[in-house]
Structure formats: C-alpha cells, structure tokens
Design a protein around this ligand. Structure first.
Ligand code: AMP
Length: 207
C-alpha cells in the first residue's frame, strides 16, 4: 500500500503513522524526522534545511523531492510506504506522482485552536522519538516508555507554530483539492481519542 498522511502540524500524523505502519508492515517515512536527523548530523541537506525548519517555513521543494526520491528507491519500500509530512506543496505532489504515486491519501483534520494546545505542550523523546503531551506526563523530562530524555522541539514555540499553521493553510491545504480531483483522498476526524482515530483510518483503508 502506498499512503500519504496529509494534515496540519499537530494533527497526530506521526503517532497514527507509526501504528498504521506496524499493522501494514510498510516503512514510516517522516520528512520532518529525516530533516531533523540531517540537521543534527550536519549533513549538506541538514545545512540547507536548518534555517527553514527552525523558522517553521518550508525547505525548498528540490531538496525534499531529491531526499524522498532517494528514500523511496530503498528496498524496504518495495511493498509500499507511508509518507508523513510529504508532499507539502502542489509541486511536491506532482513530483511524487512521477516517482511513485500514492494509492490513498488520508487527510487528518483538526481545528487550529486544538493544534496550538497540542503543539505547545508536545514533548519528544530523544531516544525512541515517541511524542507525548505534558498533560499525560508525571515528569516532563523523562520518557515514560524508554526512560530517555524528553525535549521540546524548537519549532514548537508559539511564534513558530503560528507560522507553521499559516504555511500549512497557504501551501499544503491546496493538496486537499489536488488529491480530491485524483480520487484518492479520504478524510478522517483527528480530533478524537488516538485509538478511535486509528480505527477510523483503518476503516478508511478498508483494513
Ligand atoms: P514536521 O516534523 O513534519 O512538522 O516537519 C518539521 C519541519 O520540517 C517543517 O516545519 C518544515 O520546515 C520541514 N519539512 C518537513 N517536511 C517538509 C516538506 N515536505 N517540504 C518542506 N519542508 C518540510
């Protein structure tokens, strides 16, 4: 199965993608995670991406298209993929159609005011990369799953979040019409308990 998860930052795409990938045995490809890792390692892609990621803007299309083209050519993508965070512009979606078009695009919908609360309270584990909301944590410094150190992403500050949301509405939301026209879009309400969202996604996929 070749899947794309669309939806604003904070919609829960990463959490849901990890669950769906485990169930379907396909790789979870998060372009945000790939860029953060490239930045941490100081690779040429990381150096190009750093300022864009930190300000909440989009990294140029050509950098992303090349990164995804290379990743999708790996052997683990032979039976499909789940792309989380890509495409984010119509140009990227057109490029993906040429590389390896998705069968289904899941749009995870959540209102902006809920997104702001989710993102400002988000903490990520440096070790296992799991994400939590501070309301779920007794100790906001230690990962309850693996004991790793929790941190707040730099781009989860209130100013950067509002930039990320406006970039989403202007550049990424047009993909809803793009994939509706292709007949591949399915919409899921992301403003619900995580287990219910997972069931709704599996239902939309006919699994
Ligand atoms: P995410 O983890 O998906 O929220 O992505 C974090 C940041 O990485 C975004 O705010 C962008 O700066 C950058 N990024 C991730 N995916 C893309 C993409 N497909 N196109 C451009 N920039 C991206």
């Amino acid at each position: 199965m070749k899947l794309v998860f669309l939806g604003p930052p904070g919609a829960g795409k990463g959490t849901q993608a990890a669950r769906i990938c485990e169930k379907l045995s396909i790789p979870h490809i998060s372009t945000g995670d790939m860029l953060r890792s490239a930045i941490a390692k100081g690779t040429p892609t990381g150096l190009k991406a750093k300022a864009f990621v930190e300000s909440g803007g989009l990294v140029p299309d050509e950098v992303l298209v090349e990164m995804v083209r290379e990743r999708l050519s790996n052997a683990d993508c032979a039976n499909g993929y789940l792309l989380d965070g890509f495409p984010r512009t119509v140009h990227q979606a057109e490029a993906l159609n040429v590389i390896c078009a998705p069968d289904t695009v899941i749009d995870v919908e959540v209102r902006d005011e809920k997104l702001l609360k989710r993102l400002t309270g988000r903490r990520v584990c440096r070790q296992c990369q799991n994400t939590f909301h501070i309301s779920q944590l007794e100790n906001d410094k230690v990962c309850p799953d693996c004991g790793g150190e929790l941190y707040q992403r730099k781009d989860d500050s209130p100013e950067t979040i509002s930039n990320r949301l406006s970039v989403y509405h202007s550049q990424t939301a047009p993909l809803i019409d793009f994939y509706t026209a292709m007949g591949t879009l399915k919409t899921v309400d992301g403003d619900d308990e995580p287990d219910k969202v997972t069931s709704a996604i599996l239902n939309a996929l006919g699994c």
